[in-house]
Design a protein around this ligand. Structure first.
Ligand code: NAG
Ligand code: NAG
Length: 206
């Protein structure tokens, strides 16, 4: 005598995942630092838990990695139709932001702040194919300026690296820095609850 039901990662099927609420003015409501970063999301379809009277079994159905990836992008697109990039693309940009920051000896807290800026822009639907690298670069630069005590030559070195890695030129970057600042409504100092989840993931992964 048993019942089966599907359960999903993180307490609900992807369709229950909270979308950023929009006020009348169209601004994203409360930023959720876990929404784009959850390494298990979206894996919903591939996990099934059978609940028996006295014990519980988890069945992870076999999926080809390529299917999982496809499914992930698709699920993501359904949930966030206003975001023009795939989830894999967003994650790969974040890996580049992290890699570059580490090569420039920026602290994990700086990377975490850059992630928050970046994700806020992503969730606002501001990123597209053309500006994604400039966005990523400007977020790293702003985070570095606000959270580290960089000297002039270190800022220059960082800008060199950004230019090389993301293949834009520094004039575009400097111009875009201001655009990002405005999109973030000048809120570069972030509450701890937005930064900490990223910081924990970054320091635990490495
Ligand atoms: C999922 O995203 C990755 C990376 O952007 C891409 O290579 C792949 O083609 C995408 N798959 C689908 C079905 O969109
Ligand atoms: C950054 O990425 C490059 C190329 O993938 C790799 O060789 C390098 O070790 C990475 N650096 C860090 C700090 O992760």
């Amino acid at each position: 005598h048993y019942s089966t039901r599907n359960i999903w990662c993180r307490g609900g099927p992807p369709c229950l995942l909270v979308q950023p609420k929009r006020s009348d003015a169209g601004e994203a409501a409360e930023y959720d630092p876990n929404i784009l970063d959850d390494p298990q999301w979206p894996c919903g379809k591939h996990k099934r838990v059978l609940i028996f009277a006295s014990y519980m079994t988890t069945v992870i159905e076999y999926v080809k990695p390529s299917d999982l990836k496809k499914d992930m992008n698709e699920t993501f697109r359904e949930k966030f139709p206003h975001i023009k990039l795939t989830l894999s693309k967003i994650r790969s940009l974040k890996r580049e932001m992290r890699n570059l920051s580490e090569e420039c000896n920026l602290e994990p807290v700086t990377v975490s702040m850059a992630y928050v800026y970046f994700e806020k822009l992503v969730l606002q639907g501001k990123l597209n194919k053309q500006n994604r690298k400039l966005c990523a670069g400007a977020c790293v630069l702003l985070a570095a300026k606000i959270s580290s005590d960089l000297r002039k030559h270190e800022v220059k070195h960082l800008i060199d690296k950004l230019e090389e890695r993301f293949r834009f030129n520094r004039r575009d970057l400097i111009g875009f820095e201001f655009t990002v600042l405005v999109a973030l409504e000048l809120a570069l100092y972030l509450p701890e609850n937005q930064v900490l989840p990223h910081y924990r993931r970054l320091t635990q992964q490495s």
